[in-house]
Ligand binder design. Structure first.
Ligand code: SF4
Length: 302
């Protein structure tokens, strides 16, 4: 808004403003100074458009534009009228109606929309211009090794690779196949990089190095738990089919309090059938014991 006000002032304060084409003629104040055949309404005929025959309207508009093209303040007029103001959260032209600066309202609106699209298209490029990302890009232009790129950019390898990945995405390259050469070429096209600083490679260097698993950071890189690492639960006084050794602590172990003259019941609720015997394993002829509910005697039967 402030820009529009300033631009309007610049137009109105221009030394030749009083000689503008659409100013009132000295002798015929209702006529335009630039063409006395034209009414002063010729530039702002939106109210006339409804009842104005098309041919008459087009002739009027053409005559008004002709006057504009000879107007000494056309540039300032155009700059003000087509500046953008924001009202109620919406952007619009400072002068949305009529002829200003030699252009019809329709032409000016089209230019306004085109400008907005161009600005929107430039947004991703602006997002790419973070200082760290540009440093990584400049480092990548000179180096091919991931470590060298990171060192030259002053970041760690993981950060450098992440920035390279962001660049690949923002430059609309294929993350799976993009090469360093393609990334740098796209960056040059977008004006992010000067072509003269790019050191060429053979075209096989990936734009983003494959991830290097850090030790212990991913499940697949973790060592499988050893048998010793599995905690065990002692079953006190277990006898009969259940060995008195350790049982893998997978699932829950519950033992009911033994009652006089009764056998206690140990229940292991787990995800499935677990080996009940440590060593030796039961022979194939041994009866199959379900771990869901295993009746055992705890110590000598009372
Ligand atoms: S350029 Fe602007 S000031 Fe000049 S005649 Fe056209 S509308 Fe009027």
């Amino acid at each position: 808004m402030t820009d529009s006000i300033a631009l309007r002032r610049a137009w109105e304060k221009h030394p030749h403003f009083r000689y503008r084409g659409c100013a009132p003629d000295v002798d015929q104040p209702s006529r335009a100074a630039g063409d006395t055949a034209l009414s002063l309404d010729a530039w702002h005929g939106e109210d006339l458009d409804g009842g104005e025959p098309q041919r008459v309207r087009e002739a009027r508009q053409a005559a008004a534009v002709e006057v504009c093209l000879n107007c000494p303040v056309m540039v300032q007029c155009d700059a003000y009228a087509n500046s953008v103001v924001v009202e109620g959260g919406k952007a619009r032209l400072a002068e949305p109606d009529g002829i200003w600066g030699g252009r019809l309202a329709l032409e000016r609106h089209r230019a306004f929309i085109r400008r907005r699209h161009e600005v929107a298209a430039q947004a991703p490029v602006r997002q790419m211009r973070t200082p760290q990302r540009l440093r990584v890009l400049e480092a990548l232009a000179v180096h091919a090794e991931a470590e060298a790129v990171a060192q030259a950019a002053g970041v760690d390898v993981r950060t450098a690779n992440w920035q390279r990945s962001r660049l690949v995405t923002q430059l609309n390259l294929d993350k799976g196949t993009a090469t360093r050469r393609e990334l740098l070429a796209a960056a040059v096209d977008q004006g992010l990089l000067d072509e003269s600083v790019v050191v060429a490679d053979d075209g096989t260097v990936p734009a983003v190095p494959p991830p290097v698993p850090s030790s212990g950071s991913s499940p697949s890189s973790r060592p499988a738990p050893s048998a010793e690492a599995v905690p065990s639960v002692e079953v006190p006084g277990a006898s009969g089919g259940l060995s008195s050794g350790s049982v893998p602590a997978v699932g829950r172990l519950r033992a009911s309090r033994p009652r006089r003259g009764r056998r206690s019941r140990v229940t292991i609720a787990g995800p499935g059938q677990l080996p009940l015997f440590d060593t030796p394993p039961p022979s194939s002829s041994a009866p199959v014991v379900s771990l869901r509910s295993v009746p055992v005697s705890l110590g000598a039967a009372a």
